[in-house]
Design a protein around this ligand. Structure first.
Ligand SMILES: NC(=O)c1ccc[n+]([C@@H]2O[C@H](COP(=O)([O-])OP(=O)(O)OC[C@H]3O[C@@H](n4cnc5c(N)ncnc54)[C@H](O)[C@@H]3O)[C@@H](O)[C@H]2O)c1
Length: 429
């Protein structure tokens, strides 16, 4: 292990790139960050944090002297050999990952024997092999390539970077793989050093497995509703089995976010493109789509038609402690409610600015209490702590109706009922 960590470049300063950059700076590296978004770079140069991520502002401030921001890739190339790529890989219409940002980076890197691309972005299995072919076509054979998939979770990304469950490094056994292993060594995490394709597949398979677990417990919840069992009790009983584990067994209104939906789709598509029909993932996706709509059924059951009804949505981000609205369940829910004729008022502690870019036709409230005032029904969409801990007696006094739909099974039904409200969870008695 090297005693003074080497400088690195980070290309793409979004959720993954910025957290990783700050994390490596915390471990002692000089970090040269590059992004094509000039506004984002200008904000970072002013010391502003362009995303909401707990602890990130503090970590950036602590390491400000080691962090450099630029729109010019040349700065990173000049100072660092390892170039971590953390650009977006969103889904295309076909469900495949859009690798255009990755290809733009590859196209911009000059021929060099001194540099390596370290792929943090989530890419389909086989991407590393084809990019190395592209290097050859572009006369850049000397460039090294490492797959180093990222597993951090938005909302706890700083802690996840510093305490990863594992570090996965896929490489061809050259200097670059060794250098990446050295960089991560101080974290003391279990290391999986493997070939490039297997490293890529670890990432996709991990996300697909977690998504499968969520869709599985959501289906159990739906069966519980038909049979009188309580999914929270069922999940507790299942989760105590070491072979199953309690994480990702919370039934609710489905998964969203920038990773699970697209990565499950990308794996399904990848399998399909190579001639294999990944049947299980079709079901995972379909269950998740239907789950987001089940809240509408519950509202109809209690309120009759939704025309003219006022519904308050508490929480909009795809999960608590982030402002990320990508593929959030609230997007489907608000669109369905508006289509059914309801008026929707929503409140989120931090995601309003992002939500305004994606949602039309709803009103935004400045507080949870403002959102619930005059509501016929309240839906807890994102289990922010401040929303779970609301004064439910005050909520009851402000609402016109009394229905609370707990889309995340995060509330105590006893507390809700004691406030004189009608509680409806997902798969709960
Ligand atoms: N967000 C997560 O929780 C998470 C977790 C693990 C892995 N990932 C993966 O990491 C990758 C990045 O995700 P994200 O959420 O950080 O994305 P993001 O959209 O937040 O950030 C991507 C950044 O890359 C920049 N960019 C795009 N093209 C560029 C180019 N040619 N040169 C320089 N910068 C460029 C964008 O301006 C943006 O700032 C994706 O592949 C994603 O699947 C994300």
């Amino acid at each position: 292990m090297s005693s003074s960590p080497q400088p690195i470049g980070v290309i793409g300063t979004g959720y993954v790139g910025l957290v990783s950059a700050a994390g490596f700076a915390e471990l002692g590296s000089e970090v040269w960050c590059v992004d094509i978004d000039a506004e984002k770079i200008a904000a970072l140069l002013r010391g502003e944090v362009p995303i909401y991520e707990p602890g990130l502002g503090e970590m950036l401030a602590r390491n400000a002297s080691r962090m450099h921001f630029s729109t010019d890739l040349g700065d990173a190339l000049e100072h660092a050999r390892l170039l971590f790529v953390a650009v977006g890989t969103p889904p295309t219409y076909s469900g495949d990952a859009d690798l255009s940002a990755v290809h733009a980076v590859v196209g911009a890197i000059p021929a060099s024997r001194d540099h390596a691309l370290v792929m943090k972005s989530t890419v389909p299995c086989g991407t590393g092999v084809s990019l190395r072919r592209v290097f050859t076509e572009q006369g850049k054979d000397g460039l090294a390539y490492v797959s180093c998939p990222e597993f951090l979770k938005e909302g706890s990304a700083v802690a996840d970077f510093l305490h990863p469950d594992r570090v996965v490094v896929g490489d061809t056994g050259d200097w670059a793989g060794d250098a990446v292993v050295d960089l991560y060594a101080p974290l003391g995490a279990p290391l999986v050093r493997t070939d490039i394709a297997s490293a890529e597949m670890v990432k996709l398979a991990s996300n697909a497995f977690l998504a499968t677990k969520i869709s599985f417990i959501n289906e159990i919840a739906n069966v519980c509703e038909e049979t009188g069992a309580d999914v929270v009790e069922v999940a507790r009983g299942m989760g105590l089995d070491d072979r199953i584990g309690s994480k990702f067994l919370q039934a609710g209104i489905g998964f969203g976010g920038s990773c699970f939906p697209k990565d499950v789709d990308a794996l399904k598509q990848l399998a399909g493109n190579s001639g294999y029909h990944f049947q299980l993932l079709n079901a995972v996706i379909e269950v998740n789509d239907l789950q987001k709509r089940r809240v509408i059924g519950k509202l109809h059951k209690h309120l009759g038609g939704l025309v003219g009804k006022r519904v308050a949505l508490l929480g909009l981000a795809f999960k608590p402690n982030t402002d990320d609205m990508r593929e959030a369940s609230s997007l489907v829910l608000s669109a369905r409610l508006i289509a059914d004729g309801s008026s929707v008022t929503a409140y989120d502690p931090v995601a309003e600015e992002q939500a305004r870019k994606l949602v039309t036709g709803i009103s935004f409230a400045g507080s949870a209490m403002e959102a619930v005032t005059g509501a016929d029904a309240v839906v807890l969409v994102t289990e922010w702590q401040e929303l779970v801990e609301l004064d439910w007696s005050e909520v009851a006094s402000r609402m016109t109706g009394s229905l609370i739909i707990d889309g995340r099974n995060a509330l105590d039904p006893g507390v809700i009922r004691a406030a004189g409200l009608l509680y409806e969870g997902i798969g709960r008695r």
